[in-house]
Design a protein around this ligand. Structure first.
Ligand code: ZN
Length: 109
């Protein structure tokens, strides 16, 4: 699971669950554990929030890993699921400006 997330691509809970063969509802627990491991190594887990693909509304406050059903603004149902990836500290420091730009433009799959 760590290797999957360290590949640099954001993964949704569903993608993680199918890749490492754990139920989707257990992914959250694994992520909590993983987050601690990463922090002790100086890396961190980044959560990319869910986003409406119709109006680009971002579900920033939403902590759950499950995708929201529909958009509160436009009522659209095309929602990009929240996803997760690992930021490795050395890369982050070296490349931080570039990272933040990519984060902003990277909500769509
Ligand atoms: Zn919307």
């Amino acid at each position: 699971m760590l290797a999957l997330l360290e590949s640099g691509f954001a993964r949704t809970a569903l993608e993680i669950s199918s890749a490492v063969r754990i139920p989707e509802r257990e992914v959250a627990d694994h992520l909590v554990h993983l987050e601690k491991t990463l922090r002790s190594r100086g890396s961190k887990l980044t959560r990319l929030p869910a986003q409406c693909l119709s109006c680009n509304f971002v579900f920033r406050k939403r902590e759950k890993i499950a995708s929201p059903g529909r958009c509160p603004l436009c009522k659209g149902e095309f929602i990009a699921e929240p996803s997760f990836r690992v930021e490795i500290r050395t890369a982050e420091v070296y490349n931080s400006a570039d990272h933040s730009i990519r984060l902003k433009g990277k909500e769509k799959k």
